[in-house]
Design a protein around this ligand. Structure first.
Ligand code: CS2
Ligand code: MG
Length: 405
């Protein structure tokens, strides 16, 4: 089944998304997500200038060979931009294969290992009381796991909070230059334990809680935070430390038994290898969009399963609904699936561009069986939301030092 055409779209229904549409000679098409937050046009250019010309005429069924061709064949093969491009093509080819086989992709992967996909949602706020109120609302809605993030008091913006915006899309979609956040590790370490103490006092220990440190502290500071949070029995502490120096997690592991999650910035299995085989982490967070698509995620899940590591795919607002649907199939299949990050059912603008159907029942996400990934993309609706340059924030210490955001 030859690839006849590949279209690349970047649209901004609240925030920018990069979408790939691979069309075969019989008109069957598949969709993939290639969004890299703040660098979207780099992925568009990589796809249009360097990937698309090589794929026209290739057999869409040859998913593995095309993956190897785009990875090994690129020579300069690693990095967020190139892997997002490969990921988008890979998701689209799996979508096509499912459509041609008239099967949902999870059946092609090996069938269901579970009835539904357990998710965690985001409760955030400018104050601890606001976060606790949002946590209570999610518990009432039936969610089983919630991530808590709170703005540092008197701070200039803190990762994971809304800064007064109505939703993540409004917050992320209009940053013509990188906003500057301010950070104090001391204030953070003195503040965050109180958030989880209050949450457990009010709601007990049945609700699963997690927290994203977002790589903003050092290994020994993270060890201190881990010990401070141990009494509150988190499901996991995410990105406690940046993963450039992976040995940093060894220090963490020796100091605290808090479960650790990382990997949303991993682009290949090799990025994850050392941390998984040394069992320095408990959950690997790599997403289909940033980790090489479903072809690569399968390999990562199988490798992780050798070391008691479970998957907890990244599901932030900058991953499109196509990535969510790819994860629905991956998460239904993966024997060592842990939990899926979920930031809600989109917005009217997003759902006008991306047509898909998931529903939440008792904390689990379900989808109906459709061939392929089970999502569509409205090109005309996308045209109504043109790309708008927008950046992630940068973070500075109070003395002005540039820091991890
Ligand atoms: C975060 C992301 O959801 C998460 O775990 O780390 O929101 C991350 O900040 C964004 O994906 C960056 O683009
Ligand atoms: Mg994160």
């Amino acid at each position: 089944m030859k690839i006849k055409e590949i279209k690349v779209f970047v649209c901004c229904p609240g925030r920018n998304f990069v979408t790939v549409k691979v069309i075969t000679e019989d008109g069957t098409y598949g969709l993939g997500d290639g969004t890299v937050n703040g660098r979207e046009l780099a992925v568009v250019s990589y796809l249009e200038e360097h990937v698309v010309p090589c794929l026209i005429g290739k057999d869409a069924h040859q998913i593995e060979d095309i993956w190897q061709y785009l990875y090994k064949g690129a020579y300069w093969q690693n990095g967020a931009i190139s892997i997002a491009a490969i990921s988008a093509i890979d998701m689209a080819l799996w979508d096509i294969k499912g459509k041609l086989a008239k099967m949902p992709v999870y059946l092609l992967l090996g069938g269901k290992s579970r009835k539904g996909v357990t998710v965690y949602v985001h409760a955030n706020g400018e104050t601890i009381d606001e976060v606790i109120g949002n946590l209570g609302a999610y518990i009432k809605q039936g969610y089983k796991a919630v991530r808590l993030q709170c703005a540092l008091p008197n701070s200039k913006g803190t990762y994971g909070t809304m800064e007064g915006k109505k939703n993540y899309y409004e917050l992320q979609g209009n940053r013509p230059l990188p906003p500057e956040n301010e950070w104090s590790t001391t204030k953070y370490l003195n503040f965050i334990p109180e958030l989880f103490k209050k949450a457990r006092e009010k709601f007990g220990y049945e609700i699963e809680l997690c927290h994203d440190v977002h790589s903003r502290i050092t290994p020994i500071e993270a060890a201190r935070l881990g010990k401070l949070l141990e009494p509150y029995q988190l499901l996991f502490l995410e990105d406690a430390v940046t993963t450039e120096n992976q040995e940093g997690y060894k220090i963490l592991r020796e100091q605290t038994h808090i479960p650790l999650a990382t990997g949303e910035k991993f682009n290949t299995l090799w990025d994850a290898k050392e941390m998984i085989q040394n069992q320095w982490i408990d959950y690997v967070r790599t997403a289909a969009t940033h980790g090489g698509g479903l072809t690569a995620l399968r390999r990562l899940a199988d490798f992780a399963s050798l070391y008691h590591v479970r998957t907890a795919p990244h599901g932030a607002p900058d991953l499109s609904p196509i990535c969510l649907m790819a994860h629905m199939h991956f998460n239904l299949w993966a024997p060592n699936f842990g939990i899926q990050e979920f930031v809600g059912f989109g917005t009217p603008e997003i759902n006008e561009v991306f047509q898909y159907q998931v529903e939440m029942k008792e904390g689990l996400l379900y989808m109906d069986d459709q061939p392929g990934l089970g999502i569509d993309f409205d090109e005309e609706a996308a045209k109504k939301h043109p790309y708008k340059r927008s950046y992630l924030p940068v973070n500075r210490l109070e003395d002005g030092t540039l820091w991890n955001w």
